[in-house]
Design a protein around this ligand. Sequence first.
Ligand code: F6R
Length: 299
Amino acid sequence: MTGRDDGRGRPRAERGWGVWLGWREIEESGENGGEMLVLLNSGYEELSREAARIVAGAVKSKPSVTLGLATGSTTLGMYSELVRLHREQGLDFSRVVTFNLDEYLGLAAEHPQSFHCFMQENFFAHVNVAAGNIHIPEGTIGGDYEEYCAAYERAIREAGGIDLQILGIGRNGHIGFNEPTSSFGSRTRLKVLTNDTIEDNRKFFGAGEEMPQCAITMGIGTILEARKILLLATGEAKAETVAEAIEGPITASVTASCLQLHPDVTFVIDEAAGARLKQRDYYRRVMEMTARFTPNRLL
Ligand code: F6R
């Protein structure tokens, strides 16, 4: 790829906000006309099935799909449903390529709290993604972080870009480990974690165990280049930040609010996480009308 093509051999557009912020032009990234969808589900199980249904649909329609993957407790139900679809219905991941969003700096792949371990235990060990197609940032790189992160970005581009990016959301509105005040143009990089994030994740570590202070994470610019984005959120602890992300001002203080700028985002949330949304009834009507008039948008 050269600076003048988009990784798929097509000329990179030379104008517009997309280029300024580092993501593809709207007309290049989808055919849906730029609708943000909010799918309200009754609870966590339904949300997980819905998210897995969308991922499975992407895999079936493009067996060599490139998935951007997230870790975190929210995604567990989705992974377990995808494993079930693989076992019971033969959902085939053999040509799927994956890029994980992030990894704690300092944790080896074998560390039980590493995202490598999370992905292995909850997904990769149970499905047939080829080992060579799996990409997760290394937590133990020493030295030239910038070169390492640039190489991760290059690998994404060389794979043709991310077709479907899965996201969770932190209580402080982060996506990946793009903590508040992250640049909307940011790329994969070393990021210092906020105290909020460290405290939120302490429960996963042993008592007295030292918590990682930093992570390697894809940037907001990287995430916004995905062709389609799915954000999952569950529980009332996320209600405030979900409302800010969907209905609040676009601000680096709530990095998930950047998704309002993306032309193909679906929020898959449950009632509790959606409790602070002002336009809940409208989102329900949009879901009904979408199912009626543009059902492909829900695939
Ligand atoms: C994980 C990640 C994070 C989490 C977020 C929510 O790879 O990038 O942004 O998605 O912190 O985590 P949970 O689901 O544990 O609340």
